[in-house]
Ligand binder design. Sequence first.
Ligand code: FES
Length: 156
Amino acid sequence: MEITNFPAVDREIKKWGLRSESLIQILHGTQESIGYLPEEILSYIAEKLNISLSKIYGVVTFYNFFKLTKDAEHVITTCLGTACYVKGGEKILNALCNKLNIKPNEITKDNKFTVKTVRCVGCCGFAPVMIIDGKDIYGKLSENEAIEILERYMIP
Ligand code: FES
């Protein structure tokens, strides 16, 4: 693979030094700039710091704040814990995925939405629950209500 120049990485290397001990800071700063750490970036860092790519992957996958893939603009999390599942959580998940024409964990082509699942978010009394962008919590949902809420986020 051709190694190209990535200014966001070069900035971090300049800031933290061209040494393997700076790996975490360089990865962190690069992710702050780009939003995630794609393979070509990790290869570039490996080449620059003379560290094996597998070692860098080991570090990136060890810490859960590093992201290897880009997140969508809106992350919808549907709960499939027992209480939510019993109250129709899977139907909510399927309705959202059908509306967006994606499978769970995929990102829409316009990069706006992804739908993830979680096992209990601690509000079982409001089952079934979905959370949008980690902060907007909706409970006691029907499929239609979930779609109506989703449509509010679709407005540009
Ligand atoms: S099972 Fe969904 S909030 Fe607990």
